[in-house]
Design a binder for this molecule. Sequence first.
Ligand SMILES: [Zn+2]
Ligand SMILES: [Zn+2]
Length: 286
Amino acid sequence: MVFRVGCHVSISGSVDLAFDRAKKLNCNTFQIFTKNPRGWSARQLNDNEVYSFRDQLNHKILFPVVSHISYLPNLASQSKEIYEKSINSFLLELERSLTLHIPYFIIHGGSYKGSAKEQGFETYVNSILKGVEITKGKVVILIENSSGSKNSITGVFPDIMRILNEVNDKKVVQVCFDTCHAFSAGYDLQNKKGVINTLEEMESLIGIENVAIIHANDSTGDLGSHRDNHEHIGLGKIGETGFKELVNHPLLSKKPWILETPVNEIRGDSDNIKYLKMLRNKELWD
Ligand SMILES: [Zn+2]
Ligand SMILES: [Zn+2]
């Protein structure tokens, strides 16, 4: 079985350039933003980059290709002004993913700050339903688990299960499991026992068939610290033992793994990809 592993790749200049960048980093799957992640605005995609992107996607050498929502949207926001901007950006980015034929679009949980959790859930679920109206399942929306900071609505599996149940169509809305976020939210992933307990809980509440993508990130923050600080694989608090258990666990071994690890003098993306592959047991390879 091919081990699908890649990282987040830049679309600077033209979205289709992401494929060559991903290949150079030894990815066979990758993630992009479809627009500048730091602002609300987006430049228009031009036909040439769209056709080139779709064409390369069709070759299925690098797949799946995943898009991730930009940084600013908060789909559970209780501020009218922020919510308007957030829903517009979410729908725009979904449409761009649809145009590019990208099969998965990852969103964060959002924060209901200034209001009750119930209202946060309602706003969030309604946001997703608006997205589903546009995608009709052609782009699967993936809810990413968060590090469970105050007012976050996707920090624990029961909350994610509740959202999936309320959206009520798991083929069009599924989950992206981020290892750093899970660990900082309080799910122990440092050893075999912790990994087994966490994955069994995920399997029983969400169902492994509803987990489409793994975000592989180690964590600088401690277990339950609610700090979202990514670290190179094996060099953070989850550590090498934890990742060895994760990457070889039968519930996760067939999933695509995408890194969002730092790039600095210690390691770059291709180093972390190599490292994750090194932790994989030989019998899981072709
Ligand atoms: Zn994310
Ligand atoms: Zn992530």
